[in-house]
Design a protein around this ligand. Structure first.
Ligand code: SF4
Length: 336
């Protein structure tokens, strides 16, 4: 068992229950107006936390509620689309009429879904669903084809059926990725309402979501598979157009630690070992603990617009990889 992912492992063994399956068994009601529904949400959140602490797989024998806490979350998310603050850009646009920075309307699109064998060992086979679009604009985007197009409509019933099929084929989790999943949180809630399997949910994200979104989605995320890209704000602005990066991402990692299990990914970049890798490792060790699961990744390739930035227009050198590993292994004990 991987330290830090005990609950996830227990779900895989059928000894614990995926959070969304618990949500589906908490009856909810709807009130008039967003604020009133948020109040109901806060009350049910307390009930959920109690249930989560001592949930047994027996709960799966109970029929899901006709209108459950997960329905309420889905409805709140659909309402939030009218003034979108899903991510920290907080465009405030009505996504039923127009699009914000991420170029997403209220409809979600995805590029592919399959059993991924190339994720961290504890995740594979991982049922990855690659949603289109992103809330970042990384000049070195390793998935730029997915991020810059709208491929297939993400139909909730169809994807839920695929999640159940992949589960029977051996998936250990459903891994919502992209691009990024945050801007599709409403669709993901709709999908989960239809899923029957007791499968852990992995939220594979840039960790740039807003607190408003975290409040709703954290109750259905079992593992936060969060990218920690930069160790300072200026690199984040330069390469991803992400403002207030450190403030937002560190806040979200701390909150994620209290609301799920954590697996952090850091893609080491050329010429960024000291300003980013070293700073990230230091912050993680101090604030999330040396036993947090941490994947130090060396597969950076200069793609997309990376050639316009000479300092990142190459692969890593052997010396950079050695130095990054030295930094991480000194402070962190649970490297992938
Ligand atoms: S998800 Fe973020 S980038 Fe997209 S519209 Fe909402 S606030 Fe803007």
């Amino acid at each position: 068992m991987v330290r830090g992912l005990e609950r996830y492992t227990a779900i895989n063994l059928g000894e614990a229950v995926a959070k969304f399956q618990i949500l589906k068994r908490i009856p909810a009601e709807r009130a008039e107006g967003f604020e009133e529904n948020l109040k109901i949400h806060s009350r049910l959140k307390r009930e959920f936390k109690k249930l989560l602490a001592d949930s047994s797989p027996k709960i799966l024998k109970e029929e899901p509620a006709k209108y459950s806490f997960l329905h309420l979350k889905k409805d709140l998310l659909l309402e939030m689309l009218k003034e979108c603050v899903f991510c920290e850009r907080k465009c405030g646009v009505n996504r039923y009429e127009t699009k914000g920075f991420c170029k997403c309307s209220a409809k979600s699109y995805y590029s592919s879904e399959f059993l991924h064998l190339g994720e961290e060992p504890e995740l594979v086979p991982s049922h990855t669903i690659f949603f289109n679009r992103c809330t970042f604009a990384c000049v070195f985007c390793q998935n730029y084809d997915i991020v810059n197009s709208d491929d297939s409509i993400a139909d909730a019933k169809e994807l839920a059926m695929l999640i159940d099929i992949r589960y029977r084929q051996g998936s250990r989790n459903v891994n919502f990725v992209g691009g990024n999943p945050d801007q599709h949180a409403h669709t993901i809630a709709e999908i989960l309402l239809e899923v029957r399997s007791n499968i852990p949910v992995v939220w594979n994200s840039n960790m740039f979501h807003s607190e408003e979104l975290a409040e709703i989605i954290e109750d259905f995320v079992d593992i936060w598979l969060g990218d920690f890209k930069y160790g300072n704000d200026s690199c984040a602005l330069r390469y991803s157009k992400a403002p207030r990066y450190m403030e937002v991402v560190t806040r979200n990692f701390l909150r994620a630690k209290d609301n799920g299990e954590l697996l952090i990914r850091h893609l080491v970049m050329p010429n960024h070992v000291e300003c980013c890798t070293a700073k990230i490792v230091e912050w993680v060790a101090k604030n999330l603990g040396e036993w947090v699961r941490f994947n130090l990744m060396f597969q950076y390739r200069p793609v997309y617009k990376a050639y316009e930035y000479s300092e990142i227009a190459r692969r890593l050198t052997g010396e950079e990889m050695r130095r990054a590993y030295e930094i991480a292994s000194k402070r962190l004990k649970n490297l992938v």
